[in-house]
Structures are given as C-alpha cells and as structure tokens.
Design a protein. Structure first.
Length: 411
C-alpha cells in the first residue's frame, strides 16, 4: 500500500473525500503495476423486488456498481485516481426499481415516486492528491468531472453499516444524493484525526439521460468537518447550498445540513459490527427571494452485523418528512408528512471463488404512513420484500488496520 500522510490507513477512505472508521474492512481485488497500486471494488445484486399495494410494483433486475482506484506516491504525497460506473440504466431501467415511499429525480418530466432512480453510467471520475505540509498538518485537493462534493455522510453504498442492503434509504435526497455530481472541486486541511473541507460543485441533479455528462457551472458550495477520535469511530457535520438542484423546480434553491456518526468494530473470528446514525435536512428557498419552506428533517439508524465468515443480518430504521408533492399524491393537502420505515435482512455466503464471494439474501420492509396518505397506499403499513444473489470481492488481505491498531488508540 502507498504510504499516506500521518499513516492514515486506506480503510478510512469512504466515498469522495469522506472518512470511514479506520477499523472498517476493505473488500477489493488488489494489483500492482510498477509504482501504481490498483484496487477494484464493487457489488452486483440480482434481485426480485416486490412492493405491495396500489402504488407498488415488482421487478427482476440488478443493482450494481464497480470502481477502479489507482494510487501512487507523487512529490511527497499520494495521488489517487478513481473511476466508478454502474449498468443500472440497463439492468433496472430508466424508472429505476420499485421502493415504496421513495422520491427524487424525474422520469419523462414527472417526479419519480415509489421508485429509486438508477445510478448514472458514470458515477465517479476523479483525481485526489494529499500531502503533508508540516509534521502534523496536511492538505488535500479533489477535482472531479463526476464525483462527490464535501457535504453529507459517506454515501450509503460505501457505508459498512449498509454493506448488504441493496436498496437506497428513503431519505437519500435528504442526505447523500450528491454522491453523483457533474463538476466538483474540493480542498481541505487535515491532521491525523480531523479534517476541514470547503467545496464548490454543480448542485443540479443528473437528468434522465443516464449515459451523458450533465455539466453546469460550479455555483453551489459547502463545508464539512470530519473527525476520527478512535479507530472505531468517524464523525462528520456539514452544510451545503445547492443552486437550483431539482429539474421540476428550476428556479428554487436548497439548503442542506447533515451529521453522521459511524462505528465499526471487529467481531470474533471473521465478523464485524458496523452501525451508523445519519441526520439530514433540506430547506427549499425560492430563487427570487420570495420565501422559503420549513426544514424537512430525516434520520437513519442502520446496522450490519456480520456474525462470522458466512452469516450476516442487517437492518435500517428511518424517519423522514416528505410532502404530497414529493410523492405525487393528488387530492391531498400539500404539506410535509411524517413517514417511517423499518427493514430487516439476512445474507448467507454460499461460495468463494477466485477472490469473490457469492451470497444469497433476503430483505423485508414495512413503512408507516399517516392517515392522510392511507388511501393512496391502501394501508398505513405498506410492505415489500426482495430476494437476491450478491457477488462482490472478498476481504482484501493486508488492507485492514492491524489487530493491535484496532484495539488501541494511537492518537
């Protein structure tokens, strides 16, 4: 592994420039080419997804992504090149996959609802350079035609606490939807345990053409403070201003605040327990200055308990405030409504082959909606389930923090 400033381990790398706990496992294929160290990450779920009720649907599809990371020493620091892609525009289609009470982005000019939009083909194309500038302080620069600005938590597909859940959180557009942004420039300073970042980016959501590049001016901004007080914890808080993010409200801006607490610890022989608490809130502001809406809040509690080499259970509990306009429910007063969701799942690893693991899993979810929305969903507790096969790289030997480091605090 290339040396990083202050011996920060590779396992701390989350999505974009966000930090994970040092004790997090890393799953990848590992190669070397002269001075370059290459890693391939990814997940592929082949799932049958069934969502019940009048707004439900079912689908056989695949949720997937793959990432290539290339790193090498350069001029006293470390250069990182990241490329990430997804075949979801083909494997779940332009409308995405069914997911009750989900919202965000558009399809054929209308707001998507009760479905999760597909990821774009190009999820990340980025360059990051980090270098110490003194014995205790370093600087980092991140530039990306496609990447993640320095706001929000680690994106859900990269959080160890959401490792085996194929579905996006219902509060995705309240917390981490900016993980695919077409134009990002971030700079920051960091020590062994703290990092402060400022970021400029294109705040507009990707359009319905999932194969192109949606470049626009870098007219949005944000700031994030991150901390890793021990090897097991990673904390972050951020603020962002998004200029005209939503295609259906092209003249409105958005303010977003977020905070996250991530915890990871090894468990027994080959196990791991990773949990997260993620808070996010949006405030819509009219671009002409005529007024703003109240803050809409969300909270995610999620956990992934890998009991041993073969068995994992996971769960997610969510609260989010969504309006009837978000969910495209006609005839209901347009105001924010309190929505809840509980999902639980299990994965059994079936086989290991040439550095990959194949798992068979299931996920069940039940949502809680207020009485005002019961007519639209046919119940106050609409439900859904999914069964899936999942393929991913196995744990990368040597990329873990050494056991002694996991159980000691070197700060």
């Amino acid at each position: 592994m290339p040396d990083r400033p202050f011996d920060i381990p590779m396992t701390r790398m989350g999505s974009g420039t966000a930090w994970l706990p040092d004790a997090s496992a890393m799953r990848a294929w590992h190669f070397t080419a002269r001075r370059w160290m290459l890693m391939v990450h990814g997940d592929a779920f082949l799932q049958y997804d069934y969502q019940d009720g009048p707004r439900g649907d079912d689908q056989l599809g695949s949720i997937n992504w793959a990432m290539l990371m290339a790193m090498r020493p350069l001029a006293g620091g470390t250069l990182h090149l990241h490329g990430m892609a997804s075949a979801e525009p083909l494997t779940v289609g332009k409308r995405g996959y069914p997911l009750l009470l989900q919202s965000g982005e558009t399809y054929q000019g209308e707001a998507l609802h009760d479905r999760q939009h597909p990821h774009d083909l190009f999820m990340e194309l980025s360059l990051m350079y980090e270098r110490p500038i003194s014995s205790q302080l370093g600087a980092v620069v991140y530039a990306a035609p496609v990447g993640e600005p320095g706001i929000g938590p680690v994106a859900y597909m990269h959080r160890p606490s959401a490792l085996n859940d194929p579905f996006a959180p219902l509060s995705h557009h309240w917390t981490d939807a900016t993980h695919i942004t077409y134009g990002v420039l971030t700079g920051g300073i960091f020590s062994r345990t703290l990092k402060l970042e400022g970021t400029l980016f294109n705040g507009r959501e990707p359009d319905e053409d999932r194969y192109d590049f949606d470049f626009d001016p870098l007219d949005s901004y944000g700031v994030r403070l991150s901390a890793t007080p021990t090897t097991h914890w990673a904390l972050a808080a951020s603020y962002g201003f998004l200029n005209e993010p939503e295609a259906r409200h092209p003249d409105d801006d958005q303010r977003r605040v977020g905070a996250s607490v991530l915890h990871t610890a090894p468990l027994g022989d080959g196990g791991e327990w990773a949990s997260a608490m993620v808070y996010g809130a949006n405030k819509h502001v009219a671009g002409d200055g005529s007024g703003s809406e109240p803050w809409q809040h969300s909270v995610i509690l999620e956990s992934n308990l890998q009991l041993d080499r073969s068995n994992t259970v996971y769960g997610r509990l969510e609260y989010v405030r969504k309006s009837s306009e978000d969910l495209m429910i006609p005839g209901v007063e347009d105001q924010p409504y309190d929505i809840g969701s509980l999902s639980l799942g299990y994965v059994r690893e079936l086989a290991w082959w040439t550095g990959a693991t194949i798992g068979l899993g299931a996920r069940g979810g039940i949502s809680l909606v207020p009485a005002a929305l019961e007519g639209a969903y046919g119940s106050r507790t609409p439900a859904g389930f999914a069964v899936f096969l999942r393929v991913r790289p196995t744990l990368l030997a040597g990329a873990h923090v050494m056991d002694a480091d996991m159980h000691m605090d070197h700060r």
